[in-house]
Design a binder for this molecule. Structure first.
Ligand SMILES: Cc1cc2nc3c(=O)[nH]c(=O)nc-3n(C[C@H](O)[C@H](O)[C@H](O)COP(=O)(O)O)c2cc1C
Length: 222
């Protein structure tokens, strides 16, 4: 089938729900820490998230569904507007249940880390803390906000681009031959609806593009 979403919306028959979330998969989950100007920490998952450049290292996430005048804008956007900083934490399979709890709109004053049983670890260059239990954290400085075209219901979405200025990698996911060990990370990914996926050791395979032997002799992660 083919449809133009501007004519029939995102859930034309036979679909019962918006289909878009199931069309670009799997998506990494950006588990984003921000801090308000007065020091209140917020943690929330975003599957509209990705790395967009290696040099300079940059990531993007997109708080959406905010209806101006109806909803309060998401702290994950407002806090970066105020402070210019955020932290990406990798969500692994082990952390999945805690990640889902951080999607709640908590009272502004709440300690979201303690509420869901996570420990906050300080960052080096930015004020928002990282999730101590997460094996990878990227300290980011805001580079650009990209407001997306408002749909008919007026719900706003603004993409947030940040440059990575500090990198945390847990020692136990670094191999002796100097690679990040994907088999130990077990990163979580978002599919459509309530579905998620996890990258397990047996699903990982290697493939070289012609002429690309940058990692060939070293690719022996456990
Ligand atoms: C796995 C997962 C992925 C999500 N991805 C997004 C997303 O990409 N954009 C978004 O606006 N909300 C997303 N949400 C919902 C937000 O996490 C939720 O609205 C959260 O309260 C927003 O954070 P904040 O209000 O604390 O800023 C996602 C929720 C889950 C569980």
């Amino acid at each position: 089938m083919y449809f133009d979403p501007s004519e029939v919306g995102m859930a034309p028959a036979p679909f019962k729900h918006t289909v878009f979330n199931a069309l670009v998969v799997p998506r990494p989950i950006g588990w984003i820490t921000t801090m308000s100007a007065d020091g209140v920490v917020n943690l929330a998952p975003f599957s509209f998230f990705n790395a967009i450049s290696a040099a300079p290292p940059c990531v993007i996430y997109c708080p959406s569904y905010f209806k101006p005048g109806v909803d309060a804008p998401e702290p994950s956007l407002v806090n970066v507007e105020a402070t210019g900083e955020f932290v990406y934490n990798m969500c692994t399979h082990d952390l999945r249940e805690k990640m889902v709890l951080t999607t709640r709109q908590s009272p502004r004053s709440a300690d979201e880390f303690a509420d869901v049983g996570l420990e906050a670890a300080p960052c080096e260059q930015v004020k928002p803390p990282r999730v101590k239990e997460s094996p990878i954290a990227l300290e980011c400085r805001h580079v650009q906000f990209v407001p997306l075209p408002a749909p008919e219901d007026g719900a706003a979405a603004t993409a947030v681009i940040g440059q990575v200025v500090g990198i945390h990698i847990a020692d136990d996911v670094i191999t002796e031959d100097g690679l990040v060990d994907m088999k130990k990370l077990r990163p979580l990914a978002r599919l459509g609806y309530y579905d998620f996926a996890v990258i397990e050791a047996e699903q990982i395979f290697s493939m070289q593009a012609p002429g690309d032997d940058r990692f060939a002799t070293e690719n022996k992660s456990s």
